[in-house]
Write a protein that binds this ligand. Sequence first.
Ligand SMILES: Cc1cc2nc3c(=O)[nH]c(=O)nc-3n(C[C@H](O)[C@H](O)[C@H](O)COP(=O)(O)OP(=O)(O)OC[C@H]3O[C@@H](n4cnc5c(N)ncnc54)[C@H](O)[C@@H]3O)c2cc1C
Length: 406
Amino acid sequence: MTATLDATLDIPTLTTIPPDVAALQQEVRRWCQERVAPVVRALDAADADDFDWDLIQEGHDLGLTRLVVPKQFGGLGYGEFGVAIALEELAAVDAGLALVFGATMLGQAPVLLSGDPRLQARFLPLFSGDEAVLACNAITEDKAGCDLLIPENAEYAVDVMRARREGDHYVLNGDKKFITNGKVARYGTVFANIEGHEGATMLTCFVVPLDTPGITRGEIADKMGYRTCLGTELHFDNVIVPAENVAGGEGGGVYINVQQMNMARAAVAAIATGVARGALEQAVEFAGERIQGGKVLWQHQFTARKLAEMAAKVEASRMLYLRAAYMADTQIPAPVFETAAAKLFADRVAIEVCTEAMSVMGARGYLRDHGMEKRLRDALGSRIYEGTPEVLALAITESLYETDDF
Ligand SMILES: Cc1cc2nc3c(=O)[nH]c(=O)nc-3n(C[C@H](O)[C@H](O)[C@H](O)COP(=O)(O)OP(=O)(O)OC[C@H]3O[C@@H](n4cnc5c(N)ncnc54)[C@H](O)[C@@H]3O)c2cc1C
């Protein structure tokens, strides 16, 4: 069995939130309750291409666009632990809003992981100005979805975006799909395969300003959930990108992608936990007020059992993501097993808890007015990006057998 399973649990880390993270958590919670919760239903019901820049600007003013940007570049310098706790707060109210900021961090991650001080100095200070700036991370394509997330499947990836070196620059051609923030981001980290190499075997990460000639921001996906954030196609037609914009070196895209995923999975697990927690809190409130059979619902044993199971699942989900985030902050490279396991578990918990919470609320849970069905739609979205259950299962099982031989 893998050594990661024997790793000692760092109890103080899981029970003591550092003061700066606790302050961030309180600040984000207050903003979400006062400012976001009242408009959640309108955000969810808006057209697919609707984007609330005012709200994003307020999130930017709170620091949510620069949580992971180092202090030397004007950021707040938090690690995954602080990020995950902030994202749980956001997702307890609206997962789509959490992903607007989460996707921006995904676009910042390759720049950070590159370790290239010049690339960092050019792109990271963008997030510390007065105006909100967003980023995106573009991996998925029409014919290559999970194949771009499973390194062993790189050779099978079909029609992957191409990059051709010409002197001091590369020329990018191809299309990306479902890119969160693609419509509104200032720049994207874009993964393309070097021409002449099979599938995605020479995947390379480029930092690309999205106003570069040849880029078209295409159709916005009409998603069933996560409606606050925009998922967009990006088209690249002979786009010239300077060689100095490569993050992690030519062919280093797979490494960047894997590291980024291992860090991000703890954060997505936090988003899923937030969705579940929001549903639990709403169900607890409802069951504390609704009277049937002469007493409030929670005093009926069947409902009490449901609420208890839901609460235990949320608690376990939070423990797993906190541990995974802590390990992602303290280990290089970030761990595969703990982050994938946290996401696999939290994604499922979110769906189960939202489903049970709907049942606790009876017909009201099924109505749009009460917002529970919206939480379930969001819960179903979390299990798709940064690794579907099947992709996570492969990563976890590889850890169990200490192999990458699938
Ligand atoms: C809300 C949301 C936000 C997103 N944001 C982004 C973003 O910002 N950037 C980005 O690049 N992408 C983004 N995506 C896209 C997402 O990453 C992909 O949808 C995901 O990787 C799956 O790819 P696919 O949809 O093409 O499914 P496919 O790869 O076609 O998979 C279809 C099904 O087959 C299963 N499957 C595939 N391969 C295997 C295998 N080898 N073994 C077993 N089962 C397998 C999958 O698990 C899945 O159930 C987002 C998606 C959503 C829903």
